[in-house]
Design a protein around this ligand. Structure first.
Ligand SMILES: C[S@@+](CC[C@H](N)C(=O)[O-])C[C@H]1O[C@@H](n2cnc3c(N)ncnc32)[C@H](O)[C@@H]1O
Length: 207
């Protein structure tokens, strides 16, 4: 009997249905979705079977979480839930830019990463998404954001305090700053979707 390495993240179980409602309207209908920072792997485990016309490519830089994602892949057994890749958002190039069998990458999905990592990780995400997406490809960014420099809820104020206690380099990002970084990489902000629990999905399209 082998050890079950699946990690169960409560937040994913809470947010996946609301995220799905946006993705099913806004994701491109074909190609590969590259998920950055796939964490436990549960988003891919849930979304891949719901999008059989897409390939779902999870990735992360953390070995334990890659192990969990691979365990979820085995558990789900969906052909379009691809083997997890080791990928650091700050790398240039990303591994999918060389000898990658599942092109074209038509979307990049990233949940809950840019507030809990240094700003350079958001910069790496935008630069990499700008490189891998072709014209019309989309980036979906899920998580909390400040709007106009202000938190959107009291709970996000408290969350920011918790984040900055983890590291002064972490913090809830201002959507305008994120949009500006995206634009530097040819990614135009097309929609801001309010989500439950004071989160958003920010959608960008490669020009
Ligand atoms: C709060 S978890 C979110 C996991 C998952 N996306 C979710 O929503 O449940 C943050 C994730 O960001 C990943 N991460 C942090 N820095 C990263 C980087 N430079 N490149 C790729 N992933 C990174 C961590 O390994 C972790 O999986």
């Amino acid at each position: 009997m082998t050890e079950d390495r699946r990690i169960f993240a409560l937040a994913t179980a809470r947010n996946r249905d609301a995220i799905y409602r946006i993705l099913k309207e806004e994701l491109p209908k074909s190609g590969t979705v590259l998920e950055l920072a796939s964490g436990s792997g549960e988003h891919g485990a849930f979304f891949a079977p719901l999008f059989p016309s897409l390939q779902w490519q999870p990735s992360n830089l953390d070995e334990e979480q890659l192990g969990s994602t691979r365990a979820w892949q085995k558990f789900v057994g969906a052909d379009n839930f691809l083997d997890a890749l080791k990928l650091d958002a700050t790398a240039n190039p990303w591994p999918v830019e060389q000898d990658y069998a599942h092109e074209p990458i038509t979307a990049v999905f990233n949940a809950n990463m840019i507030h809990i990592s240094p700003w350079r990780v958001c910069q790496g995400l935008m630069a990499g998404a700008g490189r891998v997406l072709k014209s019309g490809g989309r980036l979906f960014l899920y998580g909390p954001f400040k709007v106009g420099g202000f938190h959107t809820s009291e709970s996000n104020v408290q969350f920011e305090t918790w984040l900055t206690n983890q590291s002064p380099e972490f913090g809830v990002r201002d959507v305008e700053k994120v949009k500006a970084e995206a634009a530097l990489n040819g990614l135009i902000h097309i929609e801001s979707c309010p989500m439950p629990a004071n989160n958003f999905i920010q959608i960008f399209e490669k020009n």
